[in-house]
Design a protein. Structure first.
Length: 81
């Protein structure tokens, strides 16, 4: 049993080298991939907030709050670099 544990650990350096090579290969598309992931996350959050707010009668407030939060986030990103 201990031997199998050692065998499973022996492939970790190979996986590390392959991961480092993948990062070097994917580095040019990384900003685009992260931008897509951020946009998808914003969509998921807004998609769950707005319908819940509509059931409580606060859809306009939730929409404007999401827009204001996004604008503040973008302003801080630009201002703080």
């Amino acid at each position: 049993c201990f031997f199998y544990g050692q065998l499973s650990g022996m492939v970790e350096p190979l996986g590390g080298y392959l991961g480092a090579a993948a990062v070097q290969f994917a580095e040019p598309i990384l900003p685009y991939a992260l931008s897509f992931a951020a946009g998808a996350m914003i969509y998921v959050v807004i998609d769950s907030i707005v319908p819940e707010a509509q059931t409580r009668g606060n859809s306009t407030l939730a929409t404007w709050g999401a827009i204001a939060g996004f604008l503040v986030m973008m302003a801080l990103d630009v201002a703080l670099g």
